[in-house]
Design a protein around this ligand. Structure first.
Ligand code: BG6
Length: 611
């Protein structure tokens, strides 16, 4: 999604803005631009394509010097990717420059109104109506002007604004789209997320919806729509630049795959006290009455987070004996959902900014549900909008294809299930203790599976020119197959499908032919023999089978498969955390061998903040 950075301070803005955009590239974009307040006016330089095109343009012109500026990487929503449609967008008078992330849903009506007033538009974007409205409303009082504009527009926005007549002020406001203020020494910033500014400051202020920030080099003032100044907490983030860099790995994705043992430990440890799951520090608690009142759990998510929800359904229904629905968030709103005060909604999101998930959970809240979210970004929109939030302490996840966030989301699901089951006396103390022990042993077992890196890299050499790959599994192995298939598609662009192993024979098996690769997940002991039958079915039709199972089933799996990867055993509930790892590495090495842009796959964005 779009990336925003703004600067005001003692230093020259231009190089800082470009550096900041580089840190935001992972969000996915198709054009970029900067606007700097030079001596007398706002100078805007924009370029379609990657950031290097903008940098080249800047190098070929007189240096852009100024202490105030905004910059943007655009992921096109309204208006095709082009220089004309890239941000910053200038108002007709040249007085205002604006960068925007989100969608102004009523921009057409506003644009028609302004065109009738003779306003000249220069782009096809929704954003431009903001720039033109600023022009029209500006009366010297910038706070009132911004309040009028945000009262007029509808939809989602994170806005960075500079004004030719106000060389000492950087203005920012947001609604349902991420934007933070970075507080430095003699300089201040705005950014879509902290990775863009962490090299200059680790002190940030998270803007809430419709709070207006008037930022100077030495001060940050924040107002509400009634022009009351608001005092805001300055949060010190504990990332360092290294955490947001590659730490020697060739790709962020491999770094983040290898960080999973630590990420899992960081997520689990703070929540286990005296052998019990404890969400006290999260401010999350469910009384026995709360749990008894829950007659349905509804999980809302997108992409890989949705696949965590699919695992969660099996786990919650098995251990809590409560019905669980897992909905693709973008479908949920339009299915007239059956949700009420007895529904517990669990929203799962790495970024905490996915518009589909945010919109779905707001719908569920409006229907009376209690919303608990599982999120990786502190203070993100989904977290802020929830009744409770359980953070996954995975640290910044930069690669578009999620790995450590997925794994830590699984761990929060396990802990929530164990916590609730104990409260409901669905499990006894011995079972509870066994689950907690498996949780604490998970990081080392994950570490052990990741040592199979070289084996998986050599397997990838056999398959990186495949055209189609099938992933099959049963129960939670099917849910993990969904994730393995998505990983492969996302980063290697190889077509792939995940299928319930027992369902393949009802149609899709017709696609299996000589040499078709089938990845069979067989980590569930109770269903292992069923999986052997399914493997034989596809083998009989010429498939090449790569089976993923546990050590105890190695001999039988190898007797029917072409290739076999064996992983350690843990409780069935937590097997997804181990089974997913070889699939992450498999996708990574296939994409690597194909020379794909692994961290920034084509067409994808790390967080889609538009519906
Ligand atoms: C997609 C990402 O855009 O959004 C996926 O490419 C991700 O990796 C999905 O799983 C949901 O994002 P989030 O931030 O809500 O987990």
């Amino acid at each position: 999604m779009c990336g925003i950075i703004g600067y005001i301070g003692y230093d020259n803005a231009t190089p800082l803005l470009i550096e900041g955009l580089k840190k935001l590239e992972y969000r996915g974009y198709d054009s970029a631009g900067v606007a700097v307040h030079t001596e007398h006016s706002l100078e805007v330089v924009k370029a379609k394509g990657k950031l290097c095109a903008l940098s080249e343009k800047l190098q070929q012109m007189p240096q852009l010097v100024g202490n105030l500026g905004i910059a943007h990487t655009r992921w096109a929503t309204h208006g095709e990717p082009s220089e004309q449609n890239s941000h910053p967008i200038l108002s007709a008078s040249g007085k205002f420059a604006v960068v925007h992330n989100g969608i102004i849903e009523n921009y057409i009506a506003i644009k028609d109104e302004l065109l009738k007033k003779g306003v000249k538009f220069s782009s096809d974007t929704d954003t431009e109506v903001v720039a033109q409205l600023l022009d029209i409303y500006y009366d010297g009082d910038v706070l009132s002007t911004v309040i009028k504009v945000i009262s007029k527009i509808e939809g989602s926005y994170a806005l960075g604004i500079i004004c030719a007549q106000r060389p000492d002020e950087l203005i920012a406001v947001k609604k349902a789209s991420p934007l933070i203020v970075g507080v430095g020494k003699g300089e201040n910033f705005i950014a879509s997320d902290a990775t863009a500014i962490v090299s200059r400051t680790k002190d940030i202020i998270r803007l809430e919806d419709e709070e207006i920030a008037i930022i100077r080099a030495g001060s940050v003032k924040i107002y509400d729509k009634a022009k009351n100044e608001i005092s805001k907490e300055i949060v010190h983030i504990d990332w360092d630049v290294a955490a947001a860099e590659k730490a020697g790995y060739e790709h962020f994705m491999l770094k983040e795959i290898m960080e999973q043992p630590t990420a899992i430990m960081n997520t689990i440890k703070p929540r286990i006290k005296d052998g019990k799951i404890d969400f006290e520090q999260d401010g999350v608690s469910f009384s026995m009455a709360d749990l008894k009142n829950i007659n349905k759990i509804c999980i809302l998510a997108c992409g890989s987070a949705y696949h965590v929800g699919c695992v969660a359904k099996y786990i919650f229904e098995k251990i809590l004996r409560k019905p669980v629905e897992v909905a693709v968030a973008s479908e949920f709103r339009y299915m007239n959902p059956i949700v009420d005060g007895n529904t517990l909604v669990v929203a799962i999101s790495q970024s905490g900014e996915t518009a589909d998930t945010l919109a779905a959970m707001k719908e569920a809240k409006a229907l009376g549900a209690r919303v608990l979210s599982i999120v990786n970004v502190v203070g993100s929109s989904i977290a802020t909008c929830s009744d409770n939030v359980l953070y996954t302490w995975a640290g910044p996840e930069i690669a578009v294809a999620t790995t450590k966030a997925y794994s830590t989301q699984l761990c929060v699901v396990y802990m929530l299930a164990i916590y609730m089951a104990k409260k409901l006396s669905r499990i006894n103390s011995a079972q509870h203790a066994a689950f907690v022990e498996d949780l604490l042993n998970l990081p080392s077992k994950v570490e052990k599976v990741l040592t199979a890196q070289e084996l998986i890299k050599s397997l990838a050499k056999n398959f990186y020119d495949c055209k189609n790959v099938f992933f099959i599994g049963r129960n939670t192995d099917y849910s993990v197959s969904l994730e393995g298939s998505l990983k492969l598609k996302e980063i290697s662009y190889i077509h792939s499908e995940a299928y319930p192993a027992g369902e393949l024979k009802h149609g899709t098996i017709s696609l299996i032919e000589e040499g078709t690769l089938v990845v069979a997940l067989a980590t569930n002991d109770a269903l292992f023999e069923k999986m052997i039958s399914n493997i034989k079915e596809v083998k009989a039709r010429g498939a090449t089978v790569l089976t993923l199972t546990t050590e105890m089933h190695r001999a039988e799996a190898e007797s029917v498969s072409d290739y076999c990867i064996c992983i350690p055993k843990t409780s069935d509930m937590m097997m997804p955390s181990l089974a997913v790892l070889p699939l992450q590495l498999f996708a990574y090495y296939i994409a690597y061998l194909k020379g794909c842009d692994i961290d920034k796959p084509r067409n994808l964005a790390k967080s889609v903040t538009v519906e």
